[in-house]
Write a new protein. Structure first.
Ligand code: SF4
Length: 442
């Protein structure tokens, strides 16, 4: 009987993508999928290093799993623990020093070797080299049918924002070839995908080359244009962008290509120029607001979401007010906001002038209430209106289906017929929390 595996994923969509790929690779190599961590032979923890709590969660899971492993071994059964992802990259051997029941530590660029590690079991325990090209070449295409698929097109980051671990855990920017991306998207579309989200830590800096009559540089706008020619692909999104990389070509691609969804996640982190400089973001508040204005002029339907860090070292009340003013100016459709927490190894971790936790908490509460107010206003606009919805999943209730609007709002509808993969016109009748409920019109 083949060994079973279970993958627990923490953190961002890049991690979800990597977990999906490991899932496919292990199935391809004869492993079986288990229902949960405690019913498996191989526990894989795909970790996130962005926030302190995420890595602490890993160590608490490892504590639990090591007891489980000892009990299994007493019964003569084998249980392997693999830690992959950004904590694996950042902490390497330290993970095994803290918990010696861990069998393998595998960085995000080395995940393709996991099946071999598990099959042969006599390798080095720590694998944290930067091998982006090798990684992408070794990953198999997904075997699952999904209406909305994530496709990784780029990894790593050269921006070095002072609070962020990504340049250290995912390495330098690396873009996949157009041919590889096209082939993977074409494959998932044949299997039923209608919407793709192109993923990258710094996706808007995507750059590759193709050879037609001569060598041609391909940026994100060109890539979106190329993949939009795939007939059954209906929607294109991408994530996560840096404001400095959004060029006019990308904006105009949004304007002329109806498959490009009018929703852009555009992190700003802070509205204060002083803090943006300390964060090494390399743009000002004005440059960000000018960019939003320019995009809105060309693509009036565009809505924005963003990331905010509250209480970065040195943030005064005036600095925080600048962030509030950005929120009121852009009126984001949704956002992610967190209090600053120091990540070891980042330049920000050595900065003094740390903000009192009570002050951070108070500012975060204020900001989140404001963000929710704008999100509600944005959503309320759609009440009683007809919206095009791509149905992606079944809901929790009988005959219920869930889909997404072009602006990524979740919509719930009821039908006795299978609606998965359909694009429907839906009249929005009600709003609960952040989801829409509606009636099918077509
Ligand atoms: S651009 Fe994004 S991924 Fe890159 S260093 Fe800054 S926050 Fe991290």
């Amino acid at each position: 009987m083949h060994r079973s595996f279970f993958i627990k994923t923490y953190g961002c969509q890049m991690n979800s993508y990597d977990s999906e790929k490991i899932n496919d690779l292990l199935l391809f190599n004869g492993f079986r999928k288990a229902e949960d961590l405690e019913k498996t032979d191989v526990a894989i923890l795909n970790t996130c290093h962005i926030r302190e709590k995420a890595s602490e969660k890993l160590y608490s899971d490892l504590g639990r799993l090591s007891i489980f492993k000892k009990n299994k071994e007493k019964l003569g059964k084998k249980f392997s623990i693999v830690v992959m992802g950004c904590v694996a990259q950042a902490e390497g051997k330290e993970i095994i020093n803290r918990n010696n029941s861990v069998d393998y530590v595998v960085g995000p660029q080395n995940i393709q070797i996991i099946p071999n590690l598990l099959k042969k079991e006599n390798f080095e325990k720590v694998h944290v080299n930067f091998l982006s090209e090798e990684k992408f070449q070794s990953l198999t295409f997904s075997k699952t049918n999904k209406t909305a698929s994530m496709i990784s097109i780029q990894e790593g980051c050269d921006k070095f924002c002072s609070f962020c671990v990504v340049p250290y855990t995912r390495g330098a920017e690396f873009s996949r070839t157009v041919e590889d991306i096209y082939a993977e998207i074409n494959h998932v579309v044949q299997k039923g995908t209608k919407e793709v989200t192109l993923l990258g830590q710094n996706v808007s800096s995507y750059e590759s080359t193709i050879y037609e009559d001569k060598e041609k540089k391909i940026k994100l706008a060109n890539l979106c244009n190329i993949i939009s020619k795939i007939p059954r692909l209906k929607r294109i999104r991408y994530l996560t962008s840096h404001p400095n990389d959004i060029d006019n070509y990308l904006i105009s691609e949004h304007a002329k290509n109806e498959k490009m969804m009018p929703f852009l996640h555009l992190p700003i982190q802070s509205g204060s120029d002083k803090i943006l400089k300390k964060m090494n973001r390399k743009h000002t508040k004005k440059q960000y607001l000018d960019l939003v204005k320019k995009i809105k002029l060309v693509v009036p339907k565009m809505a924005f979401s963003s990331d905010f860090i509250v209480g970065y070292p040195g943030e005064t009340e005036e600095d925080f007010e600048q962030t509030v003013s950005v929120v009121n100016a852009v009126k984001f459709a949704s956002s992610y906001s967190f209090v600053y927490s120091s990540r070891p190894g980042t330049p920000a971790s050595t900065q003094e002038d740390v903000i009192n936790p009570e002050v951070k908490k108070k500012r975060l509460t204020y900001l989140q209430e404001l963000l929710i107010k704008h999100q509600n206003n944005f959503n309320n606009f759609f009440l009683d209106k007809e919206v095009e919805v791509l149905i992606t999943d079944v809901g929790k209730k009988d005959n219920q289906y869930v889909g997404r609007t072009p602006h990524l709002q979740p919509v719930h509808v009821y039908s006795k017929k299978n609606l998965i993969g359909k694009i429907l016109n839906i009249k929005i009748e009600r709003l609960t929390s952040f989801s829409f409920h509606g009636k099918i019109l077509n």
